[in-house]
Ligand binder design. Structure first.
Ligand code: NAD
Ligand code: FES
Length: 287
């Protein structure tokens, strides 16, 4: 950890939740005070939050910020005990610490048409990237997918940045099917210079499979397990082009065509089992 990051840790104790808005059944948008992070962050960067002293560290993309108000926007999907605790916060509650901004900022490629593909809560990861691209004058098309109409998040925000192609698995909003069906159709009609993707691992793997034969540069935002966020613990290890990388310092964005998605899926699978056990324990204790 360098001196600057150390200062952020010291200065970042006690971050007030300004608003907590439910976006879908399990996804909430929190506006949180973090003036130093709000002033310094760039698209693609993230923070690691801890609800209390000794609590689990949760990596979250900075979905947006307001440097004037000193606030950042975090979008949280309740998938385990810690994230459920986080979405349970009310306005006026405090998060113990918010460390960041972490990770390398997005490589914003402004040439030709840029397609941003977002699945589920990955929409909040894609939003700052699309926002950064649009601000630089890129022609941005977003393909946004969700299981059902009720689980779509960030559609209005992404539509404000360019063309939006909405898909749902069950056809309750937009076209029926996965984002990859819409992406393949789109690339058949309009060549793209670059594709960005964020969402579940099977989606990012499927996006890479669509773009690789077409030779379209593709950048994915990976979400491996993270602990310290400083390249020291090895928790976020991923393999890209046969080389070991740490998503927290070398990423989180990587060339999709070089990512070892099997390894990423395996490592996340181990973590999901821990989360399932923690949730079962909490539910039993509560019952
Ligand atoms: P989800 O499972 O509901 O999927 C969202 C959409 O992704 C689907 O509607 C579909 O269009 C597409 N998709 C899913 N599987 C696909 C496949 N096999 N092929 C092609 N397209 C597919 O998504 P969710 O429940 O909102 O997402 C949660 C997942 O996203 C979690 O696993 C979480 O870890 C991950 N996540 C990723 C990031 C990131 O930075 N990449 C950030 C937050 C969360
Ligand atoms: Fe520890 Fe990346 S989170 S090395």
């Amino acid at each position: 950890m360098n001196d600057q990051q150390n200062t952020w840790v010291m200065a970042a104790s006690g971050h007030e939740v300004i608003t907590n808005t439910q976006l879908s059944q399990d996804v909430h948008k929190l506006v949180v005070t973090a003036p130093r992070v709000a002033a310094a962050r760039l698209p693609g960067q993230f923070v690691i939050v801890r609800l209390g002293d000794g609590a689990e560290r949760i990596p979250l993309t900075i979905a947006d910020s307001n440097a004037e108000n000193g606030t950042i926007v975090l979008v949280v999907q309740a998938v385990g005990k810690s994230t459920s605790d986080l979405v349970g916060l009310s306005a006026g509650d405090h998060i113990h610490d918010v460390v960041g901004p972490l990770g390398r900022p997005s490589d914003l490629v402004v040439e030709g048409t840029v397609v941003c593909v977002a699945g589920g809560v990955g929409a909040a990861v894609m939003y700052p990237i699309a926002q950064g691209l649009a601000a630089l004058g890129a022609d941005v098309i977003t393909v946004l997918g969700a299981r059902t109409a009720a689980s779509v998040v960030y559609a209005d925000e992404l539509a404000a940045l360019g063309e939006l192609i909405l898909c749902t698995d069950d056809g309750t909003a937009g076209r029926t099917g996965f984002v990859t069906d819409a992406l393949a159709d789109l690339l058949g009609k309009r060549p793209a210079a670059v594709v960005y993707a964020a969402g579940p691992v099977p989606m990012m793997r499927a996006v890479a499979a669509v773009t690789q034969p077409r030779d379209v540069r593709t950048i994915v935002s990976l979400n491996p397990i993270m602990v310290d966020g400083t390249g020291m613990c090895g928790g976020c290890r991923v393999t890209v082009d046969g080389k070991m990388r740490f998503a927290c310092v070398d990423g989180p964005e990587f060339d999709a065509h070089g990512v070892d998605f099997d390894e990423l899926d395996d490592r996340l699978g181990t973590y999901r089992e821990f989360e399932r056990q923690a949730m079962t324990h909490v539910c039993r204790s509560a019952g």
